[in-house]
Design a protein around this ligand. Structure first.
Ligand code: F6R
Length: 258
């Protein structure tokens, strides 16, 4: 099983480990004189990671001037100034606290009139940036990564998707009313994610236990898109080997029953 699993004591420890990898990547790329390209996620899972990145910037002077970011997904029909949009989520929880250059952050445009063209342009922008160095993932209870709901093909690229009702219910807390959750979204595809040189999947809490079990043990199939991660070419080499190597770590935190 190629997914390397690390179980941590708490969310802070797991998030701290990912933040340290991101810091090492930024410093390595700075040394090489080229940008570090991060793939980012929204939702409740990455919040402690973003808090730690903000702390590293504020307290240790880690600079993000050399960083380019691409978010996984955006709700269809929501412009970036809407409080429920993922662009807004990222501005509030990460971007505005760092020294990122103007134009360095990318989130799919949920209001694009030509969605196919917007999705192709997103793939092109990732390629032009040199590809994703490190992709941060959460996981949905449907097995989605990004918004790649079942069924999602291994070869899928950035595209418009229909959101599963389970996902709409799970995300309703971010909206004024459950029926306000959009039915569609734009998401990076499975293949877009699999091209990342490193993938760090974070999963916290007992609600994620069953889908993580399936992700690790089921033969990869479109009905549980996270299972495709098993095929990610992984290496246990050090981050100094980043250019040529790829790997994936699933950091799990399953709550103990009390
Ligand atoms: C968010 C995303 C989703 C979430 C997943 C888990 O950009 O792509 O795949 O990572 O729905 O959400 P939380 O972290 O809220 O449990």
């Amino acid at each position: 099983m190629p997914i390397h699993v690390q179980v941590h004591a708490d969310k802070q420890a797991a998030s701290g480990a990912v933040a340290a990898r991101i810091r090492d990547l930024i410093l390595l790329r700075q040394h090489e004189g080229r940008p570090a390209v991060l793939g980012l996620a929204t939702g409740s899972t990455p919040l402690p990671l973003y808090a730690e990145l903000i702390r590293l910037h504020r307290d240790t002077g880690l600079s993000f001037r050399n960083v380019i970011t691409f978010n996984l997904d955006e709700y269809e029909g929501l412009s970036g100034d809407r409080p429920e949009s993922y662009r807004h989520f990222m501005e509030v929880n990460l971007f505005r606290h760092l020294d990122l250059r103007p134009g360095a952050t990318h989130v799919p445009d949920g209001t694009a009139t030509d969605q196919d063209q917007a999705c192709r342009a997103y793939e092109d922008a990732i390629r032009q940036a040199g590809g994703l160095d490190l992709q941060v993932l959460g996981i949905g209870r449907t097995g989605h990564i990004g918004f790649n709901e079942p069924p999602s093909a291994r070869e899928s690229r950035t595209r418009r998707v229909h959101l599963d009702e389970v996902t709409r219910r799970d995300n309703a807390g971010f909206f004024r009313q459950p029926e306000d959750v959009p039915h569609g979204a734009l998401t990076m595809g499975v293949a877009t994610i699999m091209d990342a040189r490193q993938v760090e999947l974070l999963a916290f809490g007992s609600a994620k236990a069953e889908i993580i079990r399936r992700t690790l043990h089921e033969t990869p199939h479109a009905g549980c898109p996270a299972t495709w991660l098993q095929a990610h070419p992984r290496s246990e080499e050090h981050t100094s080997e980043l250019q040529s190597r790829q790997y994936l770590v699933c950091r799990l935190l399953l709550e103990k029953k009390t």
